[in-house]
Write a protein that binds this ligand. Structure first.
Ligand SMILES: Nc1nc2c(ncn2[C@@H]2O[C@H](COP(=O)(O)OP(=O)(O)O)[C@@H](O)[C@H]2O)c(=O)[nH]1
Ligand SMILES: [Mg+2]
Length: 370
């Protein structure tokens, strides 16, 4: 499965503004993706990571290759999408193809920008979209139920299992609740089944992106709409990223050297987009390990819980196939040592075997034999 984040929200909330700024600011070198055609609404974005910069400095690496994550601008979700309103079905299909959702809500007042619902109210807006996703899931679940109910009745074991899961999901969706906030009611294998067989929209992890005006920077503290969406998000256990789309756009339009000054003027230590990228990364349950040498310092993306051989396989399938061992030091310890060479001299590199679960920030060197 591709690991990507779909940007979702009502029209005119700032999705494209944010998407464009994102793809500009974090533009990944397309040269690294020779075999994929990149659609105009897809942006491959570098994951900002200070550790990688420091690592490259420490090891005198000529090149830095950051981890990347994909964002997709999903346009045009409106009320009634689940019934095919607007370009409803197409958009729902686009959401089905992403692994996580960045739900942009408008928290800025601006009489020049039309609000499709007539007023600024991010909680209502979020619920409009959520309801469409819930209704779409309900349709999917009901359709599948129709198919499996007969074989289940005649004793088919798999069908019986499906019915049990689908009935549970149906009840939650009929209460107009998303599946993602009710996952504790399912067994692990039931969740797995839903993800792999019926691809629900509301099971995907979500972050809210509160788009505010520049006067409300740095964090939207005094903006009541931001407070309201934060309360909703907290109940759901979803993260909120507060940013100003307009300022993010401004930042990419000025020369790099001037950005720091503009950020400081708004009381920001970094672009809001950086937070959004990192939040997307963690929503997907991804962590980073590093390799570093004179040639390059590079960040590699793995799912949390990945063991050393599979992590090595990210670099090359030979590394996984012929895996012998990994020399490992965590970034924090490496910084204390000063360099890989010094760490080696101090005996700080651990040798780990095939059952080692790679940790975020591990600096790895693989030994393999093919
Ligand atoms: N005042 C203000 N306007 C914004 C902000 N972000 C986006 N807009 C404006 O809102 C309008 C819709 O933005 P767009 O990104 O096209 O929204 P989309 O329909 O969600 O993709 C445009 O005129 C933007 O310039 C913001 O932070 N503040
Ligand atoms: Mg748009």
């Amino acid at each position: 499965m591709k690991l990507n984040v779909g940007i979702v929200g009502l029209p005119n909330v700032g999705k494209s503004t944010i998407f464009n700024a994102l793809t500009e600011t974090g533009k990944a070198e397309i040269a690294n993706y020779p075999f994929c055609t990149i659609e105009p609404n897809v942006g491959i974005v570098n994951v900002p990571d200070e550790r990688l910069e420091k690592l490259a400095e420490m090891e005198n690496s000529q090149k830095i290759i950051p981890a990347t994550i994909e964002f997709v601008d999903i346009a045009g979700l409106v009320k009634g999408a689940s019934k095919g309103e607007g370009l409803g079905n197409q958009f729902l299909a686009n959401i089905r193809n992403v692994s996580a959702i960045a739900h942009v809500v408008r928290c800025f007042e601006d009489s020049d920008v039309v609000h499709v619902e007539g007023s600024v109210n991010p909680v209502r807006d979020a619920e409009i979209i959520e309801t469409e996703l819930i209704l779409a899931d309900l349709q999917t679940v009901e359709k599948r139920l129709e198919k499996v109910i007969k074989p289940a009745k005649s004793g088919n074991k798999e069908a019986k299992f499906e019915v049990q899961v689908l009935e549970k999901a149906k009840k939650i969706l009929e209460d107009l609740k998303p599946l993602r906030t009710h996952l504790n009611e399912f067994e692990e294998e039931e969740i797995e089944y839903m993800r792999k067989t019926i691809f629900p929209l509301t099971i995907k992890p979500i972050m809210y992106v509160a788009n505010i005006n520049e006067d409300d920077l740095p964090d939207g503290e005094g903006n009541k709409h931001v407070q309201a969406i934060k309360e909703k998000a907290e109940k759901e256990g979803a993260p909120v990223v507060v940013l100003c789309g307009k300022v993010e756009q401004e930042l990419i339009e000025i020369p790099k050297e001037e950005r720091k000054e503009l950020l400081e003027a708004y009381g920001l230590s970094e672009p809001g987009l950086n937070k959004m990228i990192r939040t997307g990364y963690s929503l997907l349950d991804l962590i980073t390990y590093f390799t570093a040498g004179e040639k390059e310092a590079r960040a590699w993306t793995i799912k949390r819980g990945t063991k050393a051989p599979q992590a090595a396989g990210e670099i090359h399938s030979d590394f996984e196939r012929g895996f012998i061992a990994a020399e490992v030091i965590n970034y924090e310890d490496l910084v204390k040592a000063g360099s890989l060479q010094k760490a080696k001299e101090l005996g700080l590199l651990r040798v780990e075997g095939k059952d080692y679960v790679v940790q975020d920030g591990d600096v790895m060197h693989f030994r393999f034999n093919v």
